[in-house]
Design a protein around this ligand. Structure first.
Ligand code: 5RP
Length: 225
């Protein structure tokens, strides 16, 4: 395992250790969350705690099944105690860019449903300013070129995300465009402008949502609040 993967494992396990018996937990997506779900499954077996999760992607749901973390849904549960998720960038105000794994829409739903959102990242994700990572935006396939054209007016050239040479289809049946703004001076303003574009389903900007960030770096694990 390389160093970055080791850090992802460490922060995933640290976050799992904070989950308490009886909690309902939003499970994010991505390779860091893999370690979280695995560690939650281990805690359930070893400590006999019982939790229920709502996954933010089909992949995370499969991991939950593999590691024995029982799942519930929003038909039964409207509020979550905590959501734990990875991120592609985190700025000093805990504003986030997410969606590298194309799961941003469901991730934002479980983030909003939770009393507390904990972000787990390796130190490379901590940035002074958002934007070096191209911002993922989920858009409707219908007239996607028109939607991309409107996004372009905001200062980037959106790139349709592909998989095996075809447009990547999200778990919700939509497309993703990756938007290389390079420097996002005002994430709040950009998010508001993107949300106004008809055809935009959801943006990868998570504004004022994260409560704490667990960062894994060369000096160990730090919890920032
Ligand atoms: C998926 C996400 C992920 O949380 C983000 O891409 C980080 O992934 P990883 O833990 O694999 O670095 O937003 O849509």
């Amino acid at each position: 395992m390389n160093t970055q993967d080791q850090l992802k494992k460490t922060v995933g396990e640290k976050a799992a250790s904070l989950v308490q018996d009886g909690m309902k937990v939003g499970l994010g997506s991505g390779s860091t969350v893999y370690w979280l779900v695995r560690a939650l499954g281990e805690r359930m077996k070893q400590e006999g705690i019982h939790i229920e999760g709502i996954p933010s992607s089909i992949q995370t749901g499969e991991w939950a099944n593999e590691f024995g973390v029982p799942l519930t849904d929003f038909a039964t549960t409207k509020e979550l105690d905590v959501t734990i998720d990875g991120s592609d960038e985190v700025d000093p105000n805990f504003q986030l860019i997410k969606g590298g794994g194309a799961a941003l829409f469901r991730e934002k739903i479980i983030a909003q449903a939770a009393e507390k959102l904990i972000i787990i990242v390796d130190a490379s994700k901590m940035v002074k300013q958002l934007g070096a990572y191209a911002l993922p935006v989920e858009i409707l396939p219908f007239a996607w070129e028109r939607t991309a054209y409107e996004i372009e007016k905001l200062g980037c050239v959106p790139v349709l995300r592909l998989k095996d040479g075809e447009p990547l289809i999200t778990d919700n049946g939509n497309y993703i465009v990756d938007c290389p703004f390079e420097k996002i001076e005002d994430p709040v303003d950009l998010d508001q402008k993107l949300q106004k574009i008809v055809g935009v389903i959801e943006t990868g900007l998570f504004i004022d949502m994260a409560d704490s960030v667990i960062v894994g770096g060369s000096e160990g694990v730090t919890m920032k609040e």
